[in-house]
Design a protein around this ligand. Structure first.
Ligand code: UT7
Length: 368
C-alpha cells in the first residue's frame, strides 16, 4: 500500500514593516473605509531592501523544520511556489536549499500564482505517495510589493508580502493530504498579469515607461471567476475524498478578498466560523496566504488532530484548486533538532563549495 503524506511541520515568516490603510491614503486616492468594506484588509506586511522572496522562504522553512523536528539534510524535495521569484532563473528553491543546508534535496519553483501552494502541496504529496521521497518541504513565498504599481489604487491596496511552509513526511497511518484538484483556464490569462519582462515582451525602456513590469488586473472579472470556482473546487475535493461537507471541520481559503470568501462559504452552506480568515492583517499574500493562515489557525487552537480541512484557492492563469487534509500534526518528537543553528555551518558549506568550484576551474578549466 502506498504511504500517506502527512503535514508534520509548519512555519511562516512576514516582514516586520507594516503598511496600513492610513499609510496608503497618503500615497493614492483611497481611504480606509473603502479598502475595509470592499476587501476586508486593514494592513499588510512589506519587505525592506534587505529582505526578498528567498529570505522569507528560508525563514518559513526553518520554522517548519523546527516543528517537524527534521534535520535539513533529511529533506529530499523542496518546492517553492512563487510568482515573485528571486530571479527568472535560477529557481528560488535552489537558493533556499543552499541557505538551509538541505544537501540531499532536489529543488524547483512552481508558478501557479495564488493557487500555487495547493499545486505544490499536491506535487509533493504525489512524490511521497509514489515512494520516490520520504520528506519534502513545500513553501509559498511572495514579495508582490516589488511588482505593484504604487500609483494604481486598483491593485496597490490589495497585496502584502510573506511566506509559509509545510514539511510533508511519509507515514503508514491513514491521514495527511487525502485528495486534491488542480484546474486552469488560460483564456483568462490577460485578467491578472505582469505583462513584460518575459520572452513575450522583454524589458525595454518602453516597457519600463508604460509600467508593464507591474501587476495589471481586471478586478471585477477576477472577482466573478473566484466566487464561482471556490465553492466548486471545495465540493470536488470533498467528493474525491469520499466525504460530505458535514465532515469538514475547517476551511482555509486563499485570502484575497473577504467578500469572495463570504460568497464562497454561502455557496457551500458552511458557517463563517468554520472558515479561517486573517486577511485583515496580511492582505493578499498570494501563494503564501494559505500556509500563513494555517500557522495562525494552529496558534489559535482551531486545528486539532483528526480534523478534516479544506485548502482552496484561485489566482492568475487563471488557476484554481483545492486540497483536503486530515490533520495529523507533528510526529512524536524523539530527538531535538535546531535547524536554525545550522546557519553558520550552512554558510561555511556554501562558501567552501564555491571555493572548490573555483579551484576545480583553475585546475581543469584549460583542459576541457
Ligand atoms: O489572488 C487573486 C488576486 N486578485 C483578486 O482577488 C481580485 C478580485 N477582485 C476584487 O477583489 C475586487 O474586484 C476589488 C477589491 C479589486 C475591487 O472591488 P470592486 O467592488 O470590484 O470595485 P470596482 O473595481 O467595481 O470599483 C468600484 C469603484 C470604482 O470607481 P467608479 O468607476 O465606480 O467611479 C473604482 O475606481 O471603486 C473605485 N476604486 C477605489 N476607490 C477607492 C477602485 N480602487 C479603489 C481604491 N480606493 N483603492
Amino acid at each position: 500500500m502506498s504511504p500517506y503524506a502527512h503535514i508534520t511541520g509548519w512555519g511562516m515568516a512576514v516582514p516586520a514593516k507594516v503598511l496600513t490603510n492610513e499609510d496608503l491614503e497618503k500615497m493614492v486616492d483611497t481611504n480606509d473605509e473603502w479598502i475595509q468594506s470592499r476587501t476586508g484588509i486593514r494592513e499588510r506586511h512589506i519587505v525592506n531592501d534587505e529582505e526578498s522572496t528567498a529570505s522569507l522562504a528560508k525563514d518559513a522553512a526553518l520554522n517548519a523544520l523546527r516543528v517537524a523536528n527534521l534535520n535539513p539534510t533529511e529533506v529530499e524535495l523542496i518546492i517553492v511556489s512563487t510568482s515573485s521569484p528571486e530571479h527568472i532563473f535560477p529557481a528560488t528553491a535552489c537558493l533556499v536549499q543552499d541557505q538551509i543546508g538541505a544537501s540531499h534535496a532536489g529543488a524547483f519553483d512552481l508558478l501557479a500564482a495564488c493557487s500555487g501552494f495547493i499545486y505544490a502541496l499536491n506535487m509533493a504529496t504525489q512524490a511521497i505517495r509514489s515512494g520516490s521521497v520520504k520528506n519534502a518541504l513545500v513553501i509559498g513565498a511572495e514579495t508582490l510589493s516589488r511588482f505593484v504599481n504604487w500609483e494604481d489604487r486598483n491593485t496597490c491596496v490589495l497585496f502584502g508580502d510573506g511566506a509559509g511552509a509545510f514539511v510533508l513526511q511519509s507515514g503508514d497511518e491513514p491521514g495527511g493530504v487525502l485528495s486534491a484538484v488542480m484546474r486552469s483556464d488560460g483564456s483568462g490569462a490577460n485578467l491578472l498579469t505582469v505583462p513584460a519582462g518575459g520572452s513575450h515582451l522583454p524589458t525595454s525602456s518602453e516597457t519600463i515607461l508604460h509600467k508593464q513590469h507591474t501587476i495589471h488586473m481586471n478586478g471585477r472579472e477576477v472577482f466573478r471567476f473566484a466566487t464561482r470556482v471556490m465553492a466548486q473546487a471545495t465540493k470536488e475535493v470533498i467528493a474525491a475524498a469520499q466525504l460530505q461537507i458535514e465532515d469538514i471541520q475547517l476551511v482555509i481559503p486563499h485570502q484575497a478578498n473577504l467578500r469572495i470568501i463570504e460568497a464562497a462559504m454561502r455557496g457551500l452552506d458552511i458557517p463563517k466560523d468554520q472558515c479561517f480568515i486573517n486577511i485583515e492583517r496580511y492582505g493578499n499574500t498570494s501563494t503564501a496566504s494559505i500556509p500563513i493562515a494555517t500557522c495562525e489557525a494552529i496558534q489559535q487552537g482551531r486545528l486539532h488532530s483528526g480534523d478534516n480541512t479544506v485548502f482552496v484557492g484561485f489566482g492568475a492563469g487563471l488557476t484554481w484548486g483545492a486540497a483536503l487534509v486530515r490533520w495529523s500534526g507533528p510526529f512524536l518528537p524523539y530527538r531535538h533538532i535546531y535547524p536554525a543553528s545550522y546557519r553558520l555551518w550552512v554558510a561555511i558549506r556554501s562558501k567552501l563549495l564555491r571555493m572548490v568550484r573555483r579551484i576545480e576551474g583553475w585546475i581543469w578549466g584549460r583542459n576541457i
